[in-house]
Design a protein around this ligand. Structure first.
Ligand code: DLZ
Ligand code: SF4
Length: 512
């Protein structure tokens, strides 16, 4: 391209924020911003086709927005002649084209990429400055300081410190709003038949997105997942509209129905903004401030706003902290020695278990499922059935449009599968079919009966649940939070316990 580039500023596909660290001191005249679509990032796991469309389209729109602001952008599309297919190859080629004095980049969200990035300086023969990603409330260093010397890392205590330091939902006397940190107990209502959730803002694909849809269909047509319908925002302006719509229409009831599931209603009162936050189209600090403002203005109740802020300021930050504190060993742990391969129905949706069928088909069509569907249906089944953590983690990373390893891995490996032995969660989120029945209408449309533990029509979540508890007694019984369920297991007649165990063994043997 042009000669006379001082600094080459490399912006990755999940760094689409105007205030990203690598652009802070940009010189519009002398610097070049490099953005590149690379086949390696689309296929190192075979991402959902809609997820690839989303990221590439958002990248193309962001590149244009940078140009509109006066940046010189070198954008390499997938089909660009000579596209090397990797970050490193593209960087080396860009260095040859622009001959910069140095390269500046923001640290990536995945360990795999950071490892590679550490070799870029040697590969390019130029200084490569890796800057911290400042788009979070807590830096890696702050989290490490908080964690050091603690026997247990519990989200609740981290969250309280974050509430204090961010000054979110705090009273002037330093106490939490209304004197309570946590409103979870009020956030477990089941959705009535008549309730009609408003759903998130939906956007028509423009010409740029349509072009990406064609390319992805052509090049990654065999990947899991439907490209259409495509309705995600791909610009910061549209992501802002999605946020506004959530705040006005869904936030007031987000809390009440946070854990509810309903057939045919994939999004309920959820914001569906994780995908915008995780690429940088929305800023988490701004999102939390705006949610708090709804409460202060009397437009949304505290249980809803606290529950929402807890997800972003609490869980999202805590999860990221754990990832960077514990990687790469974290991904290797396997507390329950779970080895079973992922059943084929995780891809096909072909199973008679209606809750799983609904969640998986929705995931195929939308590249989205909400937290409770991920944790208590697909995740819970994987835990109870002893599916291998690596296979399950890869599935989650592939199928969700908002999934990057920093957020996906601790959520799946630690929270859903307890594979880290309780570093992240205080007990496994194991549940029987009764839980799913309480929180959804899936069971009404299922051939199985959530009230039956054994027998022809028994819900598989039931016998798998008791089988899981029996099998891992030595590992779990001492956990005080498991005392009640082990009491129930002990009260169970021996024949019933044995019947559940043998039905679980037969069922697991049939999983393909
Ligand atoms: C997920 C993804 C995909 C599918 N494609 C690209 C791409 O072509 N170019 C790019 O810069 N980033 C892509 N990404 C996001 C990266 O995988 C992400 O930036 C790294 O995993 C670091 O978090
Ligand atoms: Fe799922 Fe069991 Fe309910 Fe069927 S009965 S929908 S398998 S929880």
């Amino acid at each position: 391209m042009t000669a006379g580039c001082r600094t080459l500023r490399f912006v990755l596909g999940d760094q689409l924020s105007f205030d990203i660290a690598s652009l802070h001191d940009a010189d519009l005249q002398h610097d070049v911003v490099l953005m590149t679509e690379v086949v390696g990032e689309c296929t190192y796991v075979r991402h959902h086709a809609k997820k690839i469309v989303y990221i590439l389209s958002a990248m193309r729109h962001f590149a244009q927005a940078l140009r509109d602001r006066g940046f010189r952008v070198d954008y390499r599309s997938l089909d660009h002649d000579g596209n090397s297919g990797s970050f490193r190859g593209e960087l080396e080629a860009a260095v040859r084209r622009h001959r910069p004095e140095r390269v500046v980049v923001t640290e990536p969200g995945e360990w795999r990429v950071l490892e590679d990035m550490r070799g870029w300086q040697a590969a390019c023969g130029l200084p490569v400055e890796i800057r911290s990603d400042e788009r979070f409330f807590a830096s890696k260093a702050l989290f490490a300081r908080w964690a050091s010397g603690r026997k247990q890392l519990r989200m609740e205590f981290f969250y309280r410190e974050m509430r204090r330091s961010a000054g979110l939902l705090m009273q002037v006397d330093g106490e939490p709003e209304a004197g309570r940190w946590n409103f979870d107990a009020e956030n477990r209502r089941r959705l009535s038949e008549a309730e009609r959730p408003p759903g998130p803002a939906r956007f028509e694909p423009d010409e740029t997105t349509r072009a990406v849809m064609d390319t992805v269909g052509r090049r990654f047509g065999e990947h899991f997942g439907a490209i259409e319908p495509f309705w995600f925002a791909v610009t910061a302006a549209d992501a802002e509209i999605a946020l506004q719509q959530f705040l006005a229409l869904s936030l007031p009831r987000f809390g009440d129905f946070q854990d509810a599931m309903k057939q045919g209603e994939p999004t309920l009162f959820h914001a569906v903004i994780g995908l915008y936050l995780n690429v940088g189209l929305l800023d988490p600090r701004e999102v939390c401030r705006r949610a708090e403002a709804e409460y202060r203005a009397g437009r949304a109740p505290l249980n809803a706003v606290e529950g929402f802020i807890r997800q972003i300021l609490g869980w999202r930050e805590f999860i990221r902290g754990i990832y960077w504190l514990k990687m790469p060993e974290y991904a290797e742990t396997n507390t329950f020695c779970a080895e079973r391969p992922l059943p084929w129905f995780y891809w096909s949706g072909e199973t008679e278990m209606n809750c799983l069928r609904q969640c998986i088909r929705q995931t195929r069509d939308e590249a989205y499922a909400h937290h409770i569907q991920r944790l208590m249906v697909t995740g819970n089944f994987a835990l109870l059935a002893g599916l291998a953590p690596k296979a399950v983690c890869e599935w989650y990373l592939v199928v969700y449009a908002d999934a990057y390893e920093w957020v996906e891995l601790p959520n799946t490996h630690g929270m859903a599968l307890f594979a880290d032995g309780g570093l992240l969660a205080s007990k496994p989120y194991a549940a029987s079919g009764k839980y799913i029945d309480r929180m959804s209408d899936y069971c009404r449309h299922c051939r199985y009966d959530p009230r039956e533990t054994t027998g022809e029509t028994a819900c598989p979540f039931n016998f798998l649940y008791w089988n899981f508890l029996a099998e891992h007694r030595s590992r779990l019984q001492a956990n005080p939070r498991m005392a009640l369920v082990y009491k129930s297991l002990d009260r169970m007649a021996d024949e019933k316990r044995e019947a559940a165990r043998s039905q679980a063994a037969r069922f697991l043997a049939t999983l393909k």
